[in-house]
Ligand binder design. Structure first.
Ligand SMILES: Cc1cc2nc3c(=O)[nH]c(=O)nc-3n(C[C@H](O)[C@H](O)[C@H](O)COP(=O)(O)OP(=O)(O)OC[C@H]3O[C@@H](n4cnc5c(N)ncnc54)[C@H](O)[C@@H]3O)c2cc1C
Ligand SMILES: NC(=O)c1ccc[n+]([C@@H]2O[C@H](COP(=O)([O-])OP(=O)(O)OC[C@H]3O[C@@H](n4cnc5c(N)ncnc54)[C@H](O)[C@@H]3O)[C@@H](O)[C@H]2O)c1
Length: 436
């Protein structure tokens, strides 16, 4: 039976980062993957979504500049846009696997199961042993447990639709719902969002989240709050009726975007004495599971941090440092900025409230008015020493500005510090001294 220093289960951004890191530190490493190498982010998450949104952003910019240099609103050719997306996604799995093999890491395809604490069996056939394991199996879409749940499609299905339907409904109002709604709306589909309460994007400042709702409503997206979906019924004409108390909506396609569940099942973790729940694999402050030789990283862990690609990468580097003796410290995640991509984008970082908040509508500022943005808002949170400690941004510039603010928070910058810097003008960053 082949034995490794470390076996990593799951070849997503977290698992692959750990594999390369451990190999570079002289370990004998294997990675086991039961589906597409590269994982969610480049195959069915961040990257394909961003390619599709790039078409939307270009179109929206043209709409904003109608009669200001442009005369026609371009329409989104979904078939072409999908084909462009596939030029990114199609090579991912083979390239990721090849990269691993080239680095001298053993690539194993198949479904692994623990048969003892230090041993897995893949596809019920080949056994492998390791001193340490890292579980990085990510999450998959969760589906509402209601009659007709078999009619629900997931974000993965949406990202590969061959044809965008005339009318599409998304259940949920989190990251995925907003991003997919923005894409579908730009293709000309009639889009409905159904949400069980009245708090969309619940971890964001609600005034900003509702402003994003308003911007999408202005583009024709139909929001239905406080509607708790109870059933989905297929009609004889192939459409679907979404049913709730005093509510019925007939639509062509239903996407479930009500969260994701960890891939902690199917591994026979009990045999390795690794505890997990529906929230994911339990870990301590060193990402060690209830078995001290097995670690878990990325989306599959049952911690409260946002489930994002750079977080998984950070954890991979941390566990690699633990396993190669470079650190014995507890995991300390830095500030994590997050962005709901779209047009406009909504971004946040750090502490969201204090007694010292500068909240401005900046729509008329040159940064936003020269592209005729319909709405731009910036909310900066300061502490009693007037250092920047958090921010929420709504605009097309929000993604780049939130990263700059993340660095400013880390540097504990105040207004006095910001005015000492020179930023390229005119950019969203050159506004910074007027935002505090
Ligand atoms: C639609 C969508 C958009 C997103 N957009 C963004 C974004 O813009 N920015 C961002 O930071 N994050 C985004 N995310 C989240 C991001 O994709 C994840 O945080 C990231 O992929 C997590 O990495 P991971 O390696 O932990 O898990 P994954 O990428 O999910 O990789 C886990 C791997 O393990 C494999 N696996 C699962 N079970 C087993 C098993 N039993 N045996 C062997 N292998 C197994 C899977 O096939 C997969 O390849 C998005 C997610 C989705 C769904
Ligand atoms: N831009 C990004 O960084 C990005 C984009 C997409 C996904 N992601 C990651 O993927 C994760 C999953 O995304 P998501 O949008 O599925 O999850 P989410 O947790 O962001 O949103 C799920 C939404 O579904 C709602 N919901 C739950 N039960 C419901 C019900 N019965 N009826 C209607 N709504 C219901 C929740 O209240 C919530 O608003 C995110 O949390 C994030 O970590 C990140």
């Amino acid at each position: 039976m082949e034995k490794f220093d470390t076996i990593i289960i799951g070849a997503g951004p977290a698992g692959l980062a750990a594999a390369y890191n451990l190999k570079a530190n002289g370990q004998k490493v294997a990675v086991v993957e039961n589906n597409l190498w590269g994982g969610t982010c480049p195959n069915r998450g961040c990257d394909p979504k961003k390619v599709l949104l790039s078409g939307v952003e270009a179109r929206d910019r043209m709409i904003q500049l109608q009669d200001k240099g442009f005369e026609q609103v371009p329409y989104v050719n979904w078939k072409q846009l999908e084909a462009f997306k596939e030029t990114f996604t199609d090579p991912v799995s083979a390239d990721s696997r090849q990269g691993i093999v080239k680095a001298g890491i053993t690539a194993i395809d198949g479904q692994p199961k623990f048969i003892a604490e230090g041993t897995i069996k893949v596809n019920g056939q080949t056994e492998y042993q390791a001193d340490k394991f890292i579980i990085a199996t990510g999450q998959r879409p969760s589906y509402l447990n209601i009659p007709g749940k078999e009619h629900l499609l997931s974000s993965t299905d949406f990202l590969s639709l061959k044809k965008m339907p005339e009318d599409i409904t998304i259940i949920g109002a989190g990251y995925i719902a907003f991003e997919l709604a923005t894409i579908a709306n730009a293709t000309g589909s009639r889009v409905h969002i159904i949400h069980h309460n009245d708090r969309p994007l619940k971890k964001f400042n609600q005034a900003y989240a509702m402003e994003l709702v308003k911007q999408l409503e202005n583009k024709g997206v139909d929001f239905n709050f406080n509607v708790d979906t109870q059933a989905i019924e297929q009609q004889t004409n192939g459409q679907y009726a979404i049913k709730a108390t005093d509510f019925e909506l007939v639509t062509d396609l239903v996407i479930g975007a009500t969260g994701r569940i960890p891939n902690a099942d199917f591994l026979d973790l009990e045999k390795a004495k690794v505890a997990y729940s529906r929230h994911g694999i339990e870990v301590n402050s060193k990402l060690q599971t209830t078995n001290k030789n097995i670690y878990a990283i990325g989306d599959v862990v049952a911690t409260k941090q946002p489930k994002l690609t750079p977080v998984g990468g950070f954890e991979a580097n941390y566990v690699s440092d633990i396993l190669t003796g470079k650190t014995t410290e507890d995991l300390k995640l830095p500030l994590i900025p997050t962005v709901v991509y779209g047009s406009p984008k909504l971004a946040k970082v750090g502490i969201q409230d204090s007694d010292n908040v500068v909240d401005q509508d900046v729509t008329s500022w040159f940064t936003y008015s020269h592209t005729n943005e319909p709405k731009a808002k910036v909310r900066i949170v300061l502490n009693d020493k007037k250092q920047i400690i958090g921010a929420t941004l709504l605009s097309n510039e929000a993604d780049s500005l939130i990263n700059l603010l993340t660095m400013a928070i880390k540097q504990k910058m105040t207004h006095a510090d910001v005015v000492k810097e020179i930023m390229a003008y005119p950019t969203a960053a050159s506004d910074l001294e007027y935002l505090i």
